[in-house]
Design a protein around this ligand. Structure first.
Ligand SMILES: [Zn+2]
Length: 321
Protein backbone atom coordinates (compact mmCIF):
# COMPACT_ATOMS: atom_id res chain seq x y z
CA UNK A 1 0.00 0.00 0.00
CA UNK A 2 1.24 3.36 -1.02
CA UNK A 3 1.68 5.84 1.80
CA UNK A 4 1.74 9.56 1.13
CA UNK A 5 4.88 11.30 2.18
CA UNK A 6 4.50 14.43 4.30
CA UNK A 7 3.66 17.15 1.83
CA UNK A 8 5.40 19.94 3.68
CA UNK A 9 8.75 18.15 3.47
CA UNK A 10 8.24 17.01 -0.10
CA UNK A 11 6.79 20.01 -1.77
CA UNK A 12 8.96 23.05 -1.43
CA UNK A 13 7.99 24.51 -4.79
CA UNK A 14 4.65 24.62 -6.68
CA UNK A 15 6.22 22.67 -9.58
CA UNK A 16 7.29 19.80 -7.32
CA UNK A 17 3.93 20.00 -5.62
CA UNK A 18 2.04 19.68 -8.94
CA UNK A 19 4.06 16.61 -9.87
CA UNK A 20 3.45 15.05 -6.46
CA UNK A 21 -0.28 15.84 -6.60
CA UNK A 22 -0.53 14.27 -10.06
CA UNK A 23 1.26 11.12 -8.92
CA UNK A 24 -0.89 10.89 -5.83
CA UNK A 25 -4.12 11.23 -7.87
CA UNK A 26 -2.97 8.50 -10.23
CA UNK A 27 -2.70 5.98 -7.41
CA UNK A 28 -5.73 4.56 -5.70
CA UNK A 29 -5.84 4.16 -1.95
CA UNK A 30 -3.56 7.15 -1.44
CA UNK A 31 -4.29 8.81 1.89
CA UNK A 32 -3.96 12.59 1.99
CA UNK A 33 -1.60 14.01 4.55
CA UNK A 34 -3.24 16.22 7.18
CA UNK A 35 -6.77 15.05 6.40
CA UNK A 36 -8.97 12.33 7.84
CA UNK A 37 -11.31 12.34 4.83
CA UNK A 38 -11.07 9.27 2.59
CA UNK A 39 -9.26 9.87 -0.67
CA UNK A 40 -11.68 9.28 -3.53
CA UNK A 41 -9.31 10.67 -6.17
CA UNK A 42 -11.08 14.02 -6.31
CA UNK A 43 -9.03 17.21 -6.00
CA UNK A 44 -9.29 18.75 -2.57
CA UNK A 45 -10.10 22.42 -3.16
CA UNK A 46 -10.21 24.85 -0.25
CA UNK A 47 -11.70 28.32 -0.78
CA UNK A 48 -12.09 31.29 1.52
CA UNK A 49 -15.54 32.77 0.77
CA UNK A 50 -18.84 31.28 -0.37
CA UNK A 51 -18.86 32.90 -3.84
CA UNK A 52 -15.31 31.65 -4.56
CA UNK A 53 -16.27 28.13 -3.40
CA UNK A 54 -19.37 28.26 -5.61
CA UNK A 55 -17.18 29.07 -8.60
CA UNK A 56 -14.82 26.16 -7.81
CA UNK A 57 -17.77 23.76 -7.38
CA UNK A 58 -19.28 24.65 -10.74
CA UNK A 59 -16.00 24.53 -12.65
CA UNK A 60 -14.58 21.50 -10.84
CA UNK A 61 -17.84 19.53 -10.99
CA UNK A 62 -17.44 15.89 -10.02
CA UNK A 63 -13.66 16.08 -10.04
CA UNK A 64 -13.36 18.22 -6.93
CA UNK A 65 -14.30 18.26 -3.29
CA UNK A 66 -14.72 21.91 -2.29
CA UNK A 67 -14.65 23.38 1.20
CA UNK A 68 -15.37 27.05 1.99
CA UNK A 69 -13.64 28.27 5.15
CA UNK A 70 -16.08 31.15 5.73
CA UNK A 71 -19.69 30.09 6.26
CA UNK A 72 -22.97 32.04 6.41
CA UNK A 73 -22.79 35.38 8.19
CA UNK A 74 -18.99 35.47 8.27
CA UNK A 75 -17.29 38.79 7.45
CA UNK A 76 -14.21 38.12 5.28
CA UNK A 77 -12.67 41.54 6.04
CA UNK A 78 -12.29 40.59 9.71
CA UNK A 79 -11.91 36.81 9.45
CA UNK A 80 -8.86 35.20 10.99
CA UNK A 81 -8.00 31.60 10.17
CA UNK A 82 -8.76 29.06 12.91
CA UNK A 83 -6.43 26.11 13.60
CA UNK A 84 -8.90 23.85 11.74
CA UNK A 85 -8.66 26.15 8.70
CA UNK A 86 -4.87 25.93 8.71
CA UNK A 87 -5.13 22.11 8.76
CA UNK A 88 -7.57 22.18 5.82
CA UNK A 89 -5.35 24.57 3.88
CA UNK A 90 -2.33 22.35 4.52
CA UNK A 91 -4.22 19.29 3.26
CA UNK A 92 -5.60 21.06 0.15
CA UNK A 93 -4.45 20.30 -3.40
CA UNK A 94 -5.48 23.77 -4.58
CA UNK A 95 -6.56 26.92 -2.74
CA UNK A 96 -8.66 29.70 -4.27
CA UNK A 97 -9.36 33.01 -2.57
CA UNK A 98 -10.96 36.28 -3.65
CA UNK A 99 -7.94 38.58 -3.29
CA UNK A 100 -7.73 42.39 -3.58
CA UNK A 101 -7.35 42.39 0.23
CA UNK A 102 -10.87 41.07 0.87
CA UNK A 103 -9.39 38.46 3.20
CA UNK A 104 -7.15 41.10 4.80
CA UNK A 105 -6.29 39.12 7.92
CA UNK A 106 -5.44 35.95 6.03
CA UNK A 107 -3.00 37.62 3.63
CA UNK A 108 0.20 36.44 5.38
CA UNK A 109 -1.05 32.88 5.75
CA UNK A 110 -2.13 32.67 2.08
CA UNK A 111 1.19 34.21 0.99
CA UNK A 112 3.20 31.61 2.94
CA UNK A 113 1.01 28.78 1.68
CA UNK A 114 1.47 29.97 -1.91
CA UNK A 115 5.20 29.29 -1.67
CA UNK A 116 4.60 25.56 -1.34
CA UNK A 117 1.30 24.77 -3.08
CA UNK A 118 -1.00 26.18 -5.78
CA UNK A 119 -2.83 29.15 -4.24
CA UNK A 120 -4.73 31.53 -6.52
CA UNK A 121 -6.65 34.78 -6.13
CA UNK A 122 -9.56 34.56 -8.58
CA UNK A 123 -9.51 38.37 -9.00
CA UNK A 124 -6.06 38.05 -10.62
CA UNK A 125 -8.02 36.98 -13.71
CA UNK A 126 -9.74 40.37 -13.70
CA UNK A 127 -6.54 42.35 -13.11
CA UNK A 128 -5.01 40.64 -16.12
CA UNK A 129 -7.98 40.63 -18.46
CA UNK A 130 -10.59 43.18 -17.35
CA UNK A 131 -8.63 45.89 -15.54
CA UNK A 132 -10.81 48.59 -17.14
CA UNK A 133 -13.86 47.23 -15.33
CA UNK A 134 -12.29 47.28 -11.86
CA UNK A 135 -13.19 50.03 -9.41
CA UNK A 136 -10.08 51.81 -8.08
CA UNK A 137 -9.93 52.20 -4.32
CA UNK A 138 -9.94 55.95 -3.54
CA UNK A 139 -6.54 57.10 -2.30
CA UNK A 140 -4.83 53.73 -2.85
CA UNK A 141 -2.83 53.57 -6.06
CA UNK A 142 -3.20 50.28 -7.92
CA UNK A 143 -5.70 48.87 -5.41
CA UNK A 144 -9.27 47.93 -6.28
CA UNK A 145 -12.63 47.39 -4.62
CA UNK A 146 -12.61 43.62 -3.94
CA UNK A 147 -16.42 43.08 -4.14
CA UNK A 148 -16.27 42.06 -7.81
CA UNK A 149 -18.84 39.24 -7.52
CA UNK A 150 -21.67 41.82 -7.55
CA UNK A 151 -21.19 42.43 -11.25
CA UNK A 152 -22.43 39.01 -12.37
CA UNK A 153 -20.90 39.27 -15.87
CA UNK A 154 -17.54 40.24 -14.38
CA UNK A 155 -17.66 37.33 -11.93
CA UNK A 156 -18.46 35.00 -14.83
CA UNK A 157 -15.10 35.96 -16.32
CA UNK A 158 -13.36 34.29 -13.34
CA UNK A 159 -14.73 30.84 -14.32
CA UNK A 160 -12.19 30.46 -17.13
CA UNK A 161 -9.34 31.30 -14.79
CA UNK A 162 -10.48 28.66 -12.28
CA UNK A 163 -10.65 26.11 -15.13
CA UNK A 164 -7.10 27.00 -16.19
CA UNK A 165 -5.72 26.65 -12.69
CA UNK A 166 -7.52 23.36 -11.99
CA UNK A 167 -6.15 22.08 -15.30
CA UNK A 168 -2.59 22.95 -14.26
CA UNK A 169 -3.00 20.75 -11.19
CA UNK A 170 -5.05 18.04 -12.91
CA UNK A 171 -4.26 18.19 -16.66
CA UNK A 172 -6.06 14.90 -17.34
CA UNK A 173 -9.43 16.58 -16.87
CA UNK A 174 -8.66 19.94 -18.49
CA UNK A 175 -11.35 19.53 -21.18
CA UNK A 176 -13.97 18.83 -18.53
CA UNK A 177 -12.99 21.92 -16.52
CA UNK A 178 -13.18 24.06 -19.68
CA UNK A 179 -16.63 22.67 -20.54
CA UNK A 180 -17.92 23.25 -17.02
CA UNK A 181 -16.57 26.81 -17.00
CA UNK A 182 -18.23 27.61 -20.34
CA UNK A 183 -21.56 26.21 -19.13
CA UNK A 184 -21.44 28.15 -15.85
CA UNK A 185 -20.37 31.32 -17.61
CA UNK A 186 -23.42 31.06 -19.88
CA UNK A 187 -25.68 30.56 -16.84
CA UNK A 188 -24.20 33.64 -15.19
CA UNK A 189 -24.70 35.75 -18.30
CA UNK A 190 -28.36 34.74 -18.22
CA UNK A 191 -28.50 35.76 -14.54
CA UNK A 192 -26.82 39.07 -15.41
CA UNK A 193 -29.54 39.82 -17.98
CA UNK A 194 -32.24 38.93 -15.44
CA UNK A 195 -30.74 41.32 -12.84
CA UNK A 196 -30.66 44.14 -15.37
CA UNK A 197 -34.28 43.63 -16.44
CA UNK A 198 -35.59 43.33 -12.89
CA UNK A 199 -33.78 46.35 -11.48
CA UNK A 200 -34.75 48.56 -14.42
CA UNK A 201 -38.35 48.27 -13.19
CA UNK A 202 -37.54 50.44 -10.13
CA UNK A 203 -38.10 54.15 -10.95
CA UNK A 204 -34.69 55.76 -11.38
CA UNK A 205 -35.10 58.29 -8.55
CA UNK A 206 -35.89 55.45 -6.13
CA UNK A 207 -33.10 53.17 -7.39
CA UNK A 208 -30.90 53.98 -4.39
CA UNK A 209 -29.30 51.21 -2.37
CA UNK A 210 -28.10 52.09 1.12
CA UNK A 211 -26.34 49.29 3.00
CA UNK A 212 -24.12 48.75 6.04
CA UNK A 213 -20.83 48.85 4.13
CA UNK A 214 -19.68 49.74 0.65
CA UNK A 215 -19.99 46.26 -0.88
CA UNK A 216 -22.29 47.11 -3.79
CA UNK A 217 -20.16 49.42 -5.95
CA UNK A 218 -19.87 46.90 -8.81
CA UNK A 219 -23.56 46.09 -8.46
CA UNK A 220 -24.41 49.78 -8.79
CA UNK A 221 -22.18 50.28 -11.82
CA UNK A 222 -23.44 47.14 -13.58
CA UNK A 223 -27.16 47.64 -12.98
CA UNK A 224 -27.47 51.43 -12.79
CA UNK A 225 -28.25 51.60 -9.10
CA UNK A 226 -26.99 54.49 -6.96
CA UNK A 227 -25.23 52.88 -3.99
CA UNK A 228 -24.13 54.18 -0.60
CA UNK A 229 -22.53 52.31 2.29
CA UNK A 230 -22.40 53.57 5.88
CA UNK A 231 -18.96 52.05 6.39
CA UNK A 232 -16.28 52.06 3.68
CA UNK A 233 -15.26 49.18 1.43
CA UNK A 234 -13.90 47.28 4.40
CA UNK A 235 -15.87 46.69 7.58
CA UNK A 236 -12.55 47.27 9.35
CA UNK A 237 -13.05 51.00 8.53
CA UNK A 238 -14.99 53.20 10.93
CA UNK A 239 -18.10 55.00 9.65
CA UNK A 240 -17.21 58.63 8.95
CA UNK A 241 -19.55 61.07 10.71
CA UNK A 242 -19.60 63.60 7.84
CA UNK A 243 -20.56 60.90 5.31
CA UNK A 244 -23.24 59.54 7.63
CA UNK A 245 -24.81 63.02 7.93
CA UNK A 246 -24.76 63.44 4.14
CA UNK A 247 -26.42 60.03 3.83
CA UNK A 248 -29.19 61.05 6.25
CA UNK A 249 -29.75 64.26 4.22
CA UNK A 250 -30.01 62.23 1.02
CA UNK A 251 -32.50 59.74 2.48
CA UNK A 252 -34.68 62.51 3.94
CA UNK A 253 -34.66 64.92 1.00
CA UNK A 254 -35.23 62.24 -1.63
CA UNK A 255 -37.81 60.38 0.48
CA UNK A 256 -36.04 57.04 0.00
CA UNK A 257 -38.30 54.27 1.33
CA UNK A 258 -35.86 51.63 2.57
CA UNK A 259 -32.33 50.84 3.64
CA UNK A 260 -30.81 47.36 3.90
CA UNK A 261 -28.90 45.29 6.43
CA UNK A 262 -26.27 42.75 5.43
CA UNK A 263 -26.08 39.22 6.83
CA UNK A 264 -22.34 39.46 7.51
CA UNK A 265 -22.29 42.93 9.12
CA UNK A 266 -23.77 44.22 12.38
CA UNK A 267 -27.19 45.91 11.98
CA UNK A 268 -26.28 48.62 14.48
CA UNK A 269 -25.28 51.38 12.03
CA UNK A 270 -28.25 50.77 9.75
CA UNK A 271 -30.68 50.94 12.68
CA UNK A 272 -29.05 54.19 13.85
CA UNK A 273 -29.57 55.61 10.36
CA UNK A 274 -33.27 54.68 10.45
CA UNK A 275 -33.62 56.42 13.84
CA UNK A 276 -31.80 59.53 12.63
CA UNK A 277 -34.16 59.78 9.65
CA UNK A 278 -37.18 59.33 11.96
CA UNK A 279 -35.88 62.19 14.14
CA UNK A 280 -35.96 64.34 10.98
CA UNK A 281 -39.57 63.32 10.26
CA UNK A 282 -38.85 60.75 7.54
CA UNK A 283 -39.95 57.21 8.27
CA UNK A 284 -37.70 54.76 6.49
CA UNK A 285 -37.82 51.00 6.89
CA UNK A 286 -35.33 48.20 6.79
CA UNK A 287 -35.98 46.67 3.38
CA UNK A 288 -34.55 43.28 4.30
CA UNK A 289 -31.31 41.32 4.60
CA UNK A 290 -28.89 41.29 1.71
CA UNK A 291 -26.17 38.69 1.25
CA UNK A 292 -23.14 40.84 0.60
CA UNK A 293 -19.84 39.21 1.60
CA UNK A 294 -21.25 35.83 2.70
CA UNK A 295 -23.79 33.46 1.16
CA UNK A 296 -26.69 31.82 3.02
CA UNK A 297 -26.78 28.32 4.58
CA UNK A 298 -25.67 25.54 2.21
CA UNK A 299 -29.08 23.82 2.27
CA UNK A 300 -31.04 27.01 1.46
CA UNK A 301 -31.69 28.82 -1.85
CA UNK A 302 -29.17 31.51 -0.84
CA UNK A 303 -26.48 28.86 -0.34
CA UNK A 304 -25.40 29.28 -3.96
CA UNK A 305 -24.01 32.37 -5.67
CA UNK A 306 -26.92 32.54 -8.15
CA UNK A 307 -29.43 32.07 -5.33
CA UNK A 308 -27.85 34.83 -3.28
CA UNK A 309 -27.90 37.25 -6.24
CA UNK A 310 -31.56 36.46 -6.97
CA UNK A 311 -32.47 36.92 -3.31
CA UNK A 312 -30.74 40.30 -3.21
CA UNK A 313 -32.40 41.56 -6.39
CA UNK A 314 -35.86 40.36 -5.30
CA UNK A 315 -35.41 41.95 -1.85
CA UNK A 316 -34.31 45.28 -3.34
CA UNK A 317 -37.20 45.34 -5.82
CA UNK A 318 -39.80 44.51 -3.19
CA UNK A 319 -38.57 47.29 -0.91
CA UNK A 320 -37.93 50.05 -3.43
CA UNK A 321 -40.46 49.62 -6.20
ZN1 LIG B 1 -17.12 43.74 2.08
Amino acid sequence: MHRTLGRTSLCDSPAVFLAAAGLCLALTGCRRAGSDEPDDGRLRVVCTTGPVADLARHVGGERVRVKALMGPGVDPHLYQALPADVARLNAADVVFYNGMHLEGRMADLLGRLGRRKPVFAVTDALRERHAERLRPLPGADGEFDPHVWFDVALWAACADFVAEKLSEVDPGHAAEYRRNAARYEAELHELDRWCREQLAAIPEEQRVLVTAHDAFGYFGAAYEVEVHGIQGMSTADEADLGSVNRLIDLLVTRRIQAVFVETSVSERNVRALVEACAARGHRIRIGGHLYSDAMGPADSPTGTYAGMVRHNVNTIIKALR
